[in-house]
Design a protein around this ligand. Structure first.
Ligand SMILES: NC(=O)c1ccc[n+]([C@@H]2O[C@H](COP(=O)([O-])OP(=O)(O)OC[C@H]3O[C@@H](n4cnc5c(N)ncnc54)[C@H](OP(=O)(O)O)[C@@H]3O)[C@@H](O)[C@H]2O)c1
Length: 382
């Protein structure tokens, strides 16, 4: 099968190179911007790719929602299988792309968009056909894992850890999507869509790591905890889906604590299969390209979809799940939370809350910040 590649950046170069060596797959044209077609295999028109009967599949690795969506729609309507590594595209338009793929009898796969090289969505999409997925999630953002690990093990402060991640090419010049938790949130949206046929697009909650300090890390390190940014999803008893991202304090021995530097860990728990854990490179040219190639190989073997026929957009409901939280905030605001224990020093309170819902904790944090209170919180995990 000849594969056209849209975008020739970090991942695009990797996909094109791998296509040259993969079984059953062939290098096709590569779409670049006008003025950048400096080799015979590069083209500048999506129409040319769609009209080429020798192209069987299109791999989109450009990023962004538009024009990626319009190009994807054109490729699907032209009867080309479509594979993407673009989480922003699938989070925004996944349900529409699924419908277009079904209408045109072609495939739509996107396992590189969540977990990079880690074969998480691929296995989840197989498992959910025969097992009930009870929960899913994990460390889905390598940049923030690198930073938290550097703060925890190397004693860096937040600014040093971010600068180091940028120097190593793990964090973008604008790291907002990573440190705010948005990148991990998009990935858990995709995982929920694969597992539950619900793509949650409203009611989502994400707390990143922008507010963590070296003093927070020292505090919970002294108590035997390691902090990780976890994305979590699952199904409530009424069938609705929960989906959120927040820092979590974990006891030594939890698998997440041994995930160092920029690695990812994704997990799901099947009612029959039990817990399944996947660890690997969540980003980078070759790991991500390898996931795109894996999807293309799955198409050769007959796979057509990762989203079920009934998949639709839905509102996440984060009100049911209750947890304990560690909260650091100005003493003046401490009375806003019901605490199980509290320590106060120099006007700063560090609380362990009574069990409270994810929805309530994230809402209170918003209110306290709006009133001028600086705050960091993390749930207390197993
Ligand atoms: N990098 C990773 O490790 C990684 C991991 C998992 C998923 N992803 C996802 O993979 C996608 C690509 O990431 P990347 O790191 O490879 O990005 P990148 O290095 O910025 O490459 C994107 C390429 O697409 C080109 N492009 C953008 N819009 C285009 C258009 N309208 N027409 C033609 N070419 C266009 C860009 O060209 P210009 O340079 O001219 O703008 C650039 O060469 C993103 O969705 C990203 O989220 C990346």
């Amino acid at each position: 099968m000849k594969v056209a590649v849209l975008g020739y950046g970090v991942v695009g170069v990797g996909v094109y190179e791998m296509l040259g060596k993969a079984q059953g797959l062939e290098q096709g044209p590569v779409l670049v911007r006008p003025g950048k077609a400096d080799a015979p295999f590069k083209v500048t028109s999506i129409e040319e790719i769609c009209a080429d009967p020798s192209v069987g599949a299109v791999a989109e690795v450009m990023g962004g929602v538009s024009p990626a969506f319009e190009y994807a729609a054109a490729a699907l309507k032209a009867g080309k299988h479509f594979v993407t590594s673009n989480k922003a595209l699938v989070a925004a338009k996944g349900v529409e792309l699924k419908a277009l793929a079904e209408e045109n009898g072609v495939a739509f796969l996107f396992s590189a968009a969540c977990g990079g090289g880690v074969p998480f969505l691929h296995n989840l999409s197989l498992a959910r056909r025969s097992d009930r997925i009870q929960s899913l999630g994990g460390i889905l953002n390598g940049t923030t894992n690198y930073m938290l690990d550097a703060m925890q093990r190397l004693g860096m402060d937040y600014g040093q850890a971010l600068a180091d991640a940028q120097r190593l090419g793990y964090a973008e010049a604008d790291p907002t999507a990573d440190v705010s938790g948005l990148d991990a949130l998009r990935k858990i949206m995709l995982a929920c869509a694969v597992a539950y046929d619900r793509l949650p697009t409203e009611g989502l909650l994400n707390e990143g790591i922008e507010n963590i300090t070296a003093a927070d890390v020292a505090h919970f390190r002294g108590r035997g905890y390691t902090c990780r940014l976890l994305a979590r999803g699952g199904q409530n008893p009424d069938g609705s889906v929960y989906a959120f991202v927040e820092p979590v304090l974990l006891r030594e021995g939890a698998a997440e604590c041994s995930v160092l530097e920029n690695y990812n860990l994704a997990r799901y728990e099947g009612a029959c299969a039990g817990p399944m854990v996947f660890i690997g490179q969540g980003a980078g040219r070759w790991p991500t390209a390898s996931a795109v190639l894996r999807d293309l190989s799955c198409i050769l073997q007959g796979q057509r979809a990762m989203l079920g026929e009934s998949c639709r957009q839905a509102k996440a409901d984060n009100a049911a799940l209750e947890q304990l939280y560690y909260v650091r905030l100005p003493e003046a605001f401490a009375g806003r939370l019901e605490a199980e224990s509290a320590e106060t020093e120099n006007g700063v309170a560090r609380l362990i809350t009574k069990p409270m819902s994810v929805l309530k904790m994230h809402g209170l944090a918003r209110e306290i910040r709006a009133a001028g209170g600086e705050l960091f919180f993390a749930s207390i995990g197993g």
